[in-house]
Design a protein around this ligand. Structure first.
Ligand code: HOZ
Length: 438
């Protein structure tokens, strides 16, 4: 993969030096594996700053950003209203480890936007949210088994790190060492978009499944939408067998609609996990759901979960400001319009240059897969030519466009991606495809 990259890369010498330094002190030089560029080769660019839809790296290159910090930056980087709110909040203190009015406001706001969430508990990361949600589901049902879908990623909690997407898929890792087999044995993985496979699990274990956890629109094997009627089928099966249905909306929450995928597809899960956008670029996440289930959580109920920085005032401020700004008229229509334009523009540029690609997009999440096979699950996602994706990725980077450095991650747009930015991206894609064709 490396051999062609030198032709495509401009000078990243400062990033290279930093990466070398970083690898001495940090495993792989990064604090989250996908950032290491292992899926595409080359050196990760080290970021100095972000403004609106742009990132600037330490070598002075400016990129149009389609990662958005992996989802949170839906308003663009350093949004003036978020920054102002944060500056004011900071002066009042940064962490109290005691309840604040802000947490109540965030909880009430989310419950009003997502009617399935009657009560909600703040945590600090998506991983914490999903780990806690399955503990609560197990406590509530008194059952053990967890069903997840192959290629879906729900953070790195032991029970969920089984046949996972995202970095695990990108690096081609088998299930992670360090997860005790006794833990993993309670997790059942079935193919996404295959209702019969899930039905079979319930027929085999009618009284053992505590919960089914799903990314309703997958972002972690690239963007993969649910087939028509699939989510409804899952809702029916989980209700029939008394299992808790958890929608992992860490990526999709407040992105695909104000109320996330559950609003878009009209499904009411029993529990929901949230993160990314709700922290407005600071570490915040949450899990919530039906009152009866959430009342199992300590101190009301016996299921224990706690966190020093949970509901942190800075994270709550950034999140609340972001959620308020997203409720302005026309935001989601704008995201839909711009996302359609850029995703279809890239797809057309590929086809014009003779590349066979499949475009998957739901709202402001999209992936161009380098395959001819429609991508509906992990098996079909894997048919992509990841070497070709890597060449495209680096050609785009050289053109000033920063895409997720893995075929198996979704690209994200935000409200700062104006027409001018989109047109520049499409023009860059045309040049990039021409370049890699030769
Ligand atoms: N798990 C994230 C992608 N699905 C990556 C997080 C990061 O590297 O920041």
């Amino acid at each position: 993969m490396q051999k062609d990259l030198s032709l495509l890369q401009p000078n990243y010498s400062r990033s290279e030096k930093l990466f070398e330094r970083a690898q001495t002190a940090i495993p792989g030089g990064v604090n989250s594996p996908v950032r290491a560029f292992r899926g595409v080769g080359g050196t990760p660019v080290f970021i100095r700053s972000g403004q609106g839809p742009y990132l600037t790296d330490v070598d002075g290159h400016r990129f149009i950003d389609y990662i958005g910090s992996w989802g949170p930056m839906i308003l663009g980087h350093a949004h003036p209203e978020v920054i102002e709110a944060l500056q004011k909040a900071m002066e009042r203190g940064t962490s109290f480890g005691a309840p604040t009015e802000l947490e109540v406001e965030v909880a009430e706001t989310i419950c009003s936007i997502m009617p399935s969430v009657e009560k909600i508990r703040m945590v600090s990361s998506g991983t914490e949210a999903t780990m806690s949600a399955i503990r609560v589901a197990r406590g509530y049902t008194g059952r053990t088994k967890v069903v997840k879908f192959i290629g879906c990623y729900h953070g790195h909690g032991d029970a969920l790190l089984v046949k996972a997407g995202s970095g695990v898929a990108t690096l081609g890792l088998p299930d992670s060492p360090g997860v005790p087999p006794e833990t993993a044995q309670h997790t059942i993985s079935v193919p996404f978009n295959n209702l019969d496979a899930l039905r079979q699990v319930f027929e085999t274990y009618p009284a053992d499944v505590a919960c089914v956890i799903i990314e309703p629109v997958v972002g972690n094997m690239g963007c993969v939408p649910p087939a028509s009627g699939y989510l409804e089928g899952i809702r029916d099966l989980t209700s029939q067998y008394g299992a808790v249905l958890i929608f992992d909306e860490v990526m999709t929450g407040f992105r695909l609609a104000p109320g996330g995928a559950q609003e878009k597809y009209g499904i009411k899960p029993d529990m929901t996990t949230l993160g990314k956008i709700m922290g407005g670029g600071l570490p915040a996440a949450a899990y919530g759901g039906r009152k009866e289930i959430m009342d199992c959580v300590a101190p009301v109920g016996p299921v224990y979960q706690a966190g020093t920085l949970s509901g942190n005032p800075l994270a709550m401020t950034a999140g609340l400001t972001t959620l308020k700004l997203l409720r302005r008229a026309g935001v989601y229509e704008g995201l839909e319009r711009q996302s359609k334009k850029v995703a279809e523009g890239i797809q057309q540029a590929a086809q014009k240059n003779g590349f066979k690609t499949v475009l998957n997009r739901v709202g402001s999440m999209f992936t161009v897969f380098f395959t001819e096979t429609p991508v509906t699950d992990w098996e079909t996602a894997k048919t992509s030519d990841t070497g070709l994706f890597a060449r495209f990725f680096h050609a785009m980077l050289a053109e000033g466009v920063y895409l997720p450095p893995s075929q198996f991650e979704a690209a994200f747009l935000g409200t700062a991606h104006s027409d001018e930015v989109i047109d520049a991206t499409i023009a860059a894609a045309e040049r990039a495809f021409k370049k890699i064709k030769n």
